[in-house]
Design a protein around this ligand. Structure first.
Ligand code: MTE
Ligand code: MO
Length: 198
């Protein structure tokens, strides 16, 4: 009998400890879902430890080089969703648009309503990190982060901010919204870094 790579692959190789796979895609966030009437009023700000702040319009972002990534996502509340196909722009493309100062070692992603999350520059700029506008071939719904959400699949999914409006570059690490409320500063699922005391 032939077992292809897929079928012989143990589920435990794909699913971090104490996570349960879901086929559905739960909607999870704090606060309100934004609905945009006029995308001319939308922008993305790159600021903080940079030579000069940059403001990108929705059009300018959609003109950046596009990439497609397939990955698994892991929410700290215990669900994982496998084989997501995202389309968007690699985070590495955004740092090309701004002169980030050498002492910038951390990033805070700013979302609507002042929601934030922090991560090291290295994790933000990882090959697999992106700002996505589509999932499984469809434009993101408002609930899942339209027009633009972060996708940082190697960290728990709370680091993947929905409704991104700004990237702030920092010299020192500073907790974001959930991190101030006890969540881990890094949040690696394979190490079960759920809370700051883990
Ligand atoms: N702006 C914003 N982004 C957010 C959150 C939030 O509360 N606000 N919650 C995070 C959490 S905890 C998870 S699990 C994912 C959920 O994304 P989904 O609703 O598309 O599944 O969004 C993350 N991004
Ligand atoms: Mo989450």
């Amino acid at each position: 009998m032939y077992f292809g790579k897929e079928s012989s692959e143990k589920k435990s190789d794909r699913v971090p400890p104490n996570q349960i796979v879901t086929k559905k895609w739960p909607v999870l966030h704090y606060g309100n879902v934004p609905y945009y009437e006029d995308m001319n009023e939308w922008d993305l700000r790159l600021f903080g430890h940079v030579e000069e702040d940059v403001r990108l319009t929705y059009e300018e972002i959609m003109d950046l080089p596009q990439t497609e990534r397939k990955n698994d996502i892991h929410c700290v509340t215990g669900w994982s969703k496998l084989d997501n196909r995202w389309e968007g722009i690699a985070t590495q493309e955004f740092v090309k648009k701004v002169n980030v100062l050498p002492e910038a070692n951390y990033v805070i992603i700013h979302a609507e309503e002042g929601w934030t999350t922090n991560l090291p520059m290295e994790d933000f700029l990882k090959e697999t990190s992106m700002l996505a506008h589509s999932h499984d071939g469809k434009t993101l719904t408002p609930e899942h982060g339209y027009p633009l959400r972060a996708v940082v699949p190697h960290l728990y999914f709370w680091k993947s901010a929905k409704w991104v409006r700004g990237i702030e570059f920092l010299a020192d690490n500073k907790p974001g919204f959930w991190e101030r409320n006890g969540y881990h500063m890094l949040g690696r699922p394979w190490k079960e870094e759920r809370f700051s005391w883990d």
